[in-house]
Design a protein around this ligand. Structure first.
Ligand code: G3I
Ligand code: 9MR
Length: 560
């Protein structure tokens, strides 16, 4: 099909469930008929286009082809007379199975301190990078027991993003979200086979993958006081080279309250998850819980230690100019850590130490806003809490009304997605906003079994896989028009045309913080597939995680 035609028709480029909703958006807003044809050209369905109620953010009207009634598995295209054919798509059970797995396997490709053999990494095999067995304590982190220049070992973990550094704050929400997939869908998750070195060891592959990063996180705690270093980093971002060629000195920097609390939250959650594997992981759950408690205690004594790189760089050398993740407000981190420690231990001294529900606000999760992560945990474990939580009904009510708000008006928008209801969604990492909205909607679905929440969540999955203002499917390797040039050092420097697969790019953001001009500054169109455009086309562990949750949860729920 002519590219101009396919560009006019926006749909999930992977496909649809036989009994699920199926829509495509026609940009020109034409009315009249559309047809669904087999890839061999045989017409199998015909419907009328309907104009969407609201214009897109660019002011233009679109129309929608709703062919949900057509449910026969197969490979098809959608044709609009006078415009042409869409990309081909499939109707099938388990339609997102491959992309869902790849979104988790992507973390294997981010592994630090290990080579990736061809057996697991196919053509993206690469040498080991960053052993991180001799990391220096930076001046900003110096203590009596560990003065500046002390050498510590802090191997493993995942590269945060397109860069090669390791950040505790961002690991927090990433690990949490992936472990939540297991907590919410244990039976499904056990069936997810990823072909990684640990496969078949009796632990689900998703959890094996998480362990690679959790074991690194544990090394970031100073055993002398329980505090947690904010990040492990070079002084400056590496050049665009493969991991094994990036060999500058690595440091752990100042401890922070946010790092301690995110660490405490994740270790408390890890303790209850890994307790289920005592034979394979003897002692691990206990170690995680002990680490969580120590980090919590440190944060109680250090309630407001903010990681502020400007301040640090005025005092210490070498200056550190890599990612900051410098959250200035940590009340939500206290809520999250207290919630996880309470759920795991049943001890209400944690929930009594913090005002868990200071108000009825339900801020969408991000690396700097983690309050709902705690609420999700309390709610998902509400059936087996070791002691009662007085605010339970209130939390449940607030979460459902938050999900109700999210669904308001989504089917009037120009792309018929929840993501498009708010202009302010299009920030750096906007694709994770779409994915996290999907996760929130699925939490509400789990509580209510109200199908409108499931359909709304699926609308954002469709958004991320092609039904959007850019025409891209935002996951590398998946869909007819995926990103080919993510801001991802291995993908840029490995000499292989296709980027590492299963990576979700940041997505539309008109901010141009990277000074790369985007073709349009309309918020939902502000995107370019350029490997220098880190404000729209980088990848990151905290963006892949909600996308992995969304795609896998929907796979797990597909028959409902
Ligand atoms: O939240 C505000 C919003 O209220 C406001 O309307 C909007 C207007 O610009 O800005 C929003 O904040 C933005 C924030 O991202 C949204 O999460 C900031 O401008 C923007 O600077 C900030 O960007 C962060 C970026 O680092 C720069 O610090 C991203 O969140 C964060 O994901 C990104 O993380 C980087 C690491 O530092 C280094 N490793 C790669 C990673 C991914 O790019
Ligand atoms: O590669 C870096 C990416 O991971 C960060 O998100 C981004 C913003 O902090 O910075 C990137 O590094 C660039 C640096 O900021 C400026 N010089 C060029 C670097 C590569 O594009």
């Amino acid at each position: 099909p002519a590219d101009s035609a396919t560009q006019q028709i926006r749909l999930n480029q992977i496909g649809f469930y036989p009994n699920g909703p199926k829509t495509a958006i026609i940009l020109s807003g034409v009315t009249g008929y559309y047809t669904v044809k087999t890839t061999g050209g045989k017409q199998v369905f015909k419907g009328r286009l309907k104009r969407c109620d609201e214009p897109a953010l660019n002011g233009k009207y679109t129309s929608v082809a709703d062919f949900s009634a057509f449910n026969k598995p197969g490979k098809y295209v959608l044709e609009v007379k006078g415009l042409g054919d869409s990309y081909s798509f499939e109707i099938s059970k388990s339609i997102h199975d491959q992309v869902a797995k790849a979104l988790i396997k992507a973390y294997y490709f981010q592994r630090v301190s290990v080579s990736l053999p061809e057996k697991y990494a196919s053509k993206w095999a690469r040498a080991e990078g960053h052993p991180d067995d001799k990391v220096l304590v930076h001046a900003s982190a110096a203590s009596a027991e560990r003065p500046e220049g002390t050498v510590i070992a802090s191997p493993r973990g995942w590269y945060d993003a397109g860069d090669y550094n390791k950040y505790i704050v961002n690991s927090g929400i990433s690990i949490y979200t992936l472990l939540s997939l297991y907590e919410d869908f244990p039976a499904y998750t056990k069936t997810v086979k990823l072909n990684t070195p640990e496969s078949g060891n009796g632990i689900p592959d998703l959890l094996n993958e998480c362990l690679w990063n959790i074991r690194w996180m544990l090394t970031m705690q100073d055993p002398n006081d329980g505090g947690v270093y904010h990040k492990l980093t070079n002084a400056q971002f590496d050049k665009m080279v493969m991991p094994d060629k990036a060999t500058t000195t690595r440091y752990v920097v100042q401890k922070s309250t946010a790092a301690a609390l995110d660490f405490a939250a994740v270790m408390a959650q890890s303790a209850r998850v890994f307790k289920q594997f005592p034979k394979q992981l003897p002692g691990l759950a206990d170690s995680c819980l002990a680490a969580a408690k120590q980090a919590w205690d440190w944060a109680q004594k250090n309630r407001d230690v903010i990681y502020n790189q400007n301040v640090i760089n005025q005092k210490f050398e070498p200056k550190i100019v890599t990612g900051e993740y410098g959250d200035r407000y940590v009340s939500d981190e206290f809520i999250w850590a207290a919630s996880e420690l309470f759920v795991t231990t049943g001890d209400d001294r944690y929930t009594k130490a913090v005002n868990i529900i200071p108000d009825d606000k339900m801020p969408l999760p991000s690396w700097s806003q983690v309050r709902l992560l705690g609420y999700y945990s309390i709610l998902r474990n509400s059936g087996n809490l070791k002691s009662s939580f007085p605010g339970l009904d209130k939390l449940k009510k607030n979460l459902i009304s938050f999900a109700d708000d999210l669904t308001k008006g989504w089917d009037s928008t120009a792309y018929q997605t929840v993501m498009q209801t708010k202009r302010s969604n299009f920030i750096w990492g906007s694709n994770a906003v779409a994915a996290n909205e999907g996760v929130a909607l699925l939490q509400a679905y789990k509580l209510t079994h109200d199908k409108k929440f499931l359909d709304a969540a699926l609308s954002n999955l469709d958004y991320l896989l092609g039904r959007n203002g850019t025409g891209y499917s935002f996951v590398t390797g998946f869909g007819s028009k995926p990103p080919m040039h993510p801001h991802h050092r291995p993908s840029i420097s490995d000499g292989i045309a296709e980027p590492v697969p299963g990576l979700l790019t940041g997505g539309p953001n008109p901010g141009m913080q990277d000074h790369i001009k985007v073709p349009s500054t309309v918020p939902d169109e502000a995107y370019i597939d350029n490997d220098q455009a880190y404000a729209v086309n980088e990848i990151a562990i905290n963006w892949n995680a909600p996308m992995a949750y969304l795609a896998n949860a929907i796979e797990a729920l597909q028959s409902q």
